[in-house]
Structures are given as C-alpha cells and as structure tokens.
Write a protein that binds this ligand. Structure first.
Ligand code: NAD
Length: 254
C-alpha cells in the first residue's frame, strides 16, 4: 500500500513502542518520516532504519517543539501528518492517595502539555496547506475508569481526548482532521516496565480484555496509518478506540 506516498509525517516518542512501530508503518506506506524523541540513541536508530530525519527534542519544551516543525518544513517543504504520541507512565503516579504533586505535574507536562504545544505549532503549517491529519495518543483510560489507578496519567489522557475533540471541530472546515487514538494496553516497554514489577496487576487487567491479550505495537501503528491516510477522510474529532473490545465489555471471563 502506498497510501502515504510523499506525505511528510512527524512522529513524537518515535524511538520506542507505538511510535517506533508507526515510524516503520508510515515509511512502508511511502511517507517521509521525521523521528522525534528525547532519547538520542533510540531516535537516531529509528530514523536510520527508515532513512528519515531525526530531531532530538523534549516535547515539553516550547522552543524545541516550534523548532522541530520549522526544521521539518525547511527540510521537506510541508507537514501532512503529526502523530503526537510521546508519553510517560511512571510508577510514582498511582492512587490519588499516594501520588505527590511533583509526579502529577510531570505526567501532565509530558502527556498533555506536550500535545497542546505540538498541535499549537503544527496547525499553522497545515492551515497554510489547507490539509493535514493530526493524531494525538490518548488511551482507553480516557473513556473508562480503573481501580488500579494512575491518577495523573488518566487525567492527562482525558485532557488529550477533550482537547482533540475541540480541535477537530475547530479546524474541520480548513481541511485539517484531528483524532484521538485510544489504544488498549499494548505490549511495549512502557507497559512491560509497569507490569514487570507487579505481575498480579498485569493478570488483573488481562481478565478484562475480550481479546485475552495485550495489543502489539504494529496493530496500533496500522490504525495510525489509517487515520493519517485519506481512507479516513470523513473521520475527525473522534475517540478512535483500538482496544481489543475493552470499552465495550462488561464481564468477559467465562
Ligand atoms: N503501552 C500501552 O499500553 C499504551 C496504552 C495506551 C496509550 N499509550 C500511550 O502511547 C504512547 C506511547 O507509549 P509506548 O507504550 O509506545 O511508550 P514507550 O515508553 O515505549 O515509548 C515512549 C517514547 O517517548 C519518548 N519520550 C518520553 N518523554 C519524552 C519527551 N518529553 N519528549 C520526547 N520524547 C519523549 C521516550 O524516550 C520513548 O522513546 C504514550 O502516549 C502512552 O501513554 C500506551
């Protein structure tokens, strides 16, 4: 499939997990990919793999975000796809009863403020083109509650979802689509780190997934490629669930 031939895509958090799988998928569909990550080693390796451009940036840094789009525009002359995907899920972010303000703020910065900044600075390029697809990574936890809380993470993803919906509505008539991707639990380092420390917590979650397993990053990347392409031309402001049925389930174990 060459659905993204010559489109230019900027992917944040592109050195690992969902971002890395998406870099590979977008490139395989013909896109030129700009790989953004705070981790230089992982980011450079991902960019090398697809002959893309690596930009080291911390997406919580306003000037760095502005510069990464400037550099993309200078290099490729356009920006068609922004996959705002960088996010963290640190163990200090837990129940509201034990989570401190520092952990709360850090997660809000990386997961929510970064998406605000990325959208703010990519939109003017897309407005000038009269086209663009923005995909912001939220999570299934933005649409349902869990007793195994990561309170700031959940709140940040709810914020991503609401902000995305509003942007999708605001810019729809300018040819710009903005969608929130809501993955279920995905087999990535972020999830493995969280559950490696607590296998019982992992087992408790698996019970609730009708598909009976975590997603592979490639399955999420396939959804991103769809949302990035013209195949999704009438989809905007959506909560795009790719969750193995979790959000539709009441009790799943037999
Ligand atoms: N893994 C899951 O189960 C799951 C489920 C739903 C949503 N998500 C979301 O998907 C996104 C990607 O998650 P993943 O599982 O692939 O994570 P990951 O940890 O495998 O990869 C995240 C990448 O983001 C980079 N990053 C972190 N902070 C950054 C910053 N400030 N600036 C730039 N880059 C930064 C990291 O270096 C890393 O390469 C996150 O937003 C996460 O919340 C993950």
């Amino acid at each position: 499939m060459n659905r993204l031939q010559d489109r230019v895509a900027v992917v944040t958090g592109a050195g690992s997990g969902i971002g890395l799988a998406t870099v590979r998928r977008l490139s395989s569909e013909g896109a030129k990919v700009v790989v953004v990550d705070v981790d230089a080693e992982a980011g450079r390796a991902a960019a090398d793999e697809v002959n893309g451009l690596f930009i080291q940036a911390d997406v919580t840094d306003e000037a760095a975000v502005r510069r990464m789009y400037e550099q993309t525009q200078e290099t490729f002359g356009r920006i068609d796809i922004a996959f705002n995907n960088a996010g963290i899920s640190p163990p200090e972010d837990d129940s509201i009863l034990t989570t401190g303000l520092d952990a709360w703020r850090r997660v809000q910065e990386v997961n929510l403020t970064s998406v605000f900044l990325c959208c703010k600075y990519v939109l003017p390029y897309m407005q000038r083109q009269g086209s663009g697809s923005i995909i912001n990574t939220a999570s299934f936890v933005a649409v349902m509650g869990a007793a195994t809380s990561q309170i700031s993470y959940t709140a940040s993803k709810g914020g991503v979802l609401a902000m995305t919906r509003e942007l999708g509505v605001q810019f729809a008539r300018e040819g710009i689509r903005v969608n929130a991707l809501c993955p279920g639990p995905v087999n990535t380092p972020l999830l493995r780190e969280l559950f490696a420390k607590d296998p019982e917590r992992a087992a408790r979650r698996l019970v609730h997934i009708p598909s009976g397993r975590f997603a592979e990053p490639e399955e999420i990347a396939a959804a991103v490629a769809f949302l990035a392409s013209d195949d999704s031309s009438f989809i905007t402001a959506s909560d795009f669930l790719v969750d193995g049925g979790i959000a539709g389930a009441y009790v799943t174990p037999e």
